[in-house]
Write a protein that binds this ligand. Structure first.
Ligand code: CA
Length: 232
């Protein structure tokens, strides 16, 4: 058994679909279709992860999250509607580890679940050499978030704000193929209604500043889907 997951989602068809897919992947899955039942179950039982819809009858998802977090630290991934900007921000502030925007590809949800469960497992391996808090490392590249700096070994790489955000997003979601839409949303803001080709432009800039200079193939294109940075 890979883990116990609770789905709190009132759209029966969607809840059933997620339940089937997750069971198929080997997770033990329970589902609730309203907030109050979901919260009771989340508090009464032990889960590795909760998938929580925001618009719910009974108690809404934000209230479920708030009450859950007062008692437990079970990780929560929010299922949000595309237009609910404030919900996403409030959800992450309220202690959710991640969110996924509906409609989503099941592969993206599965990848986010894997990442989330992996983060929970205390690693017995030593941290990567030179690793410090707030740093993301890939091969010889170090992205230092608090200092907003990027280095390849000792060479500083000058990035614009959005290039930095794009690289950070890709590094944080390593091994997850991110769609142009989700990259655009994270880099340009939730309410940005621009062309997703912008994402291709930033990727080109990053490749020119990193891949081409240091002879690596860091940002990979997944045709028809988006971009990914893979662990070595
Ligand atoms: Ca709903």
């Amino acid at each position: 058994m890979k883990g116990r997951i609770l789905i709190i989602e009132d759209e029966e068809k969607l809840a059933r679909f997620i339940e089937l897919e997750l069971s198929h992947e080997g997770y033990q899955v329970h589902k609730c279709t309203d907030g109050r039942t979901g919260l009771d179950r989340a508090l009464a039982e032990s889960y590795d992860l909760i998938l929580l819809d925001i618009m719910l009858p009974g108690l809404n998802g934000m209230e479920v999250l708030r009450r859950l977090k007062m008692e437990k630290d079970t990780p929560v991934i929010l299922l949000t509607a595309r237009d609910s900007v404030m919900d996403k921000v409030a959800g992450l502030d309220g202690g959710a580890v991640d969110y996924i925007t509906k409609p989503f590809a099941i592969e993206e949800l599965l990848a986010r679940i894997r990442v989330c469960l992996k983060l929970r497992r205390p690693s017995t391996e030593a941290a990567e050499p030179g690793f410090r808090e707030g740093q993301l490392v890939w091969q010889k590249l170090v992205l230092d978030e608090p200092r907003r700096q990027v280095f390849w070994e000792d060479s500083a790489i000058q990035l614009t704000n959005r290039e930095f955000l794009m690289l950070q997003t890709l590094l944080e979601n390593r091994d997850i193929v991110l769609s142009r839409e989700s990259l655009l949303e994270r880099v340009c803001g939730y309410d940005y209604l621009g062309d997703t080709n912008i994402v291709d432009v930033y990727v080109r800039h990053l490749r020119a500043k990193i891949d081409e200079i240091f002879h690596v193939n860091m940002i990979q294109t997944v045709r028809g889907v988006g971009y990914v940075i893979r662990s070595e």
